[in-house]
Design a protein around this ligand. Sequence first.
Ligand code: SAM
Ligand code: SF4
Length: 335
Amino acid sequence: MTIKSDSPKLVDGMGRTIVNLRISVTDRCNFRCTYCMPADNVEFMDRSNLLSFEEILRVVTVASGLGINRIRLTGGEPLMRKDLPTLIKMINGVEGINDVALTTNAFFLKDQAQSLMDAGLKRLNVSLDALDPEKFRDVNRRDCLQAVLDGLDTARKVGFKSIKINAVAVRNFSENEIMGLIEYGRSDGFEVRFIEFMPLDSDKVWEREKVLFGHEIIDLIKEKYELVPVDNSLEIGPASEYTFADGKGKIGIITAVSNPFCDHCNRIRMTADGKLRTCLFSTDETNLKEMIRSGESDANIAETIRQAVLIKEPGHKINLDDFERPDRAMHAIGG
Ligand code: SAM
Ligand code: SF4
């Protein structure tokens, strides 16, 4: 069924305007985080199915014509994709795109920070769940905390102004790491954001009881610091932000499970094999790769994106009885 839409913009059936496209450039990763990937025997996409840079650019160009103005590159580990700065430069040249950001585990950041900066990357999110080397190894299944810290340090030195640290909040794991991460963020100028653990792990061990909830994190921090909520009414994002009353630093809490921000969601995603997903938890996808490779016109691709967005899911159903896990785990979707 085709729904009629006269809007040149991407507006969904609930009236939400979509301006944000997250693009996964690979499903491969050098880490094996417990909340995302299995420890071994991962089945990766065949490389021939990955969109080329030119194909990604085509989607970005069409999407920008529909009002998309923010792009985030992710994965898998996006810095494992060869020549990523070249893609960033290409996307930066697309009219209408005014923000290109990257989410990375930072293992390769020390070597790539300067070229990412030169390519015009504006914002960086780095995943870091623990500052204790053993706990880092337990959760990321790799013994390389120092490489991540070096990556962060280099990113700051080459001039990245907006660096956020993402920590997944897992019960009986994160509690003892929270204050250390906060002190690190305050002293080195990184905004630390805690993301409630979502049911997107390959191992399928997620249970509600394993989520450390946002309000519990706030309570923990408040034992030491007074927090001041930031008025984010003008900027739509998933995080509730707080500054410290002493004026030093900022934190964010993403209550993806306990208090989802679906009503304000302004994003869609594309997987590394060119499937458009209108929600992190979509169980349906739109195959843009097939359209591109079979020679469809820009107009048809644009209309297909518009139609997919029109029936964007009202929200995820994690908290409902009929919740269905998507087939893809986080690394294969693009977080
Ligand atoms: N490899 C890069 C990284 O880790 O930053 C980018 C891809 S990763 C899938 C993107 C983000 O998703 C990371 O911040 C990661 O912590 C988060 N993530 C992965 N699995 C998650 C889960 N089950 N629940 C909540 N966040 C998750
Ligand atoms: Fe890799 Fe990022 Fe998933 Fe960790 S969260 S396994 S670093 S893709």
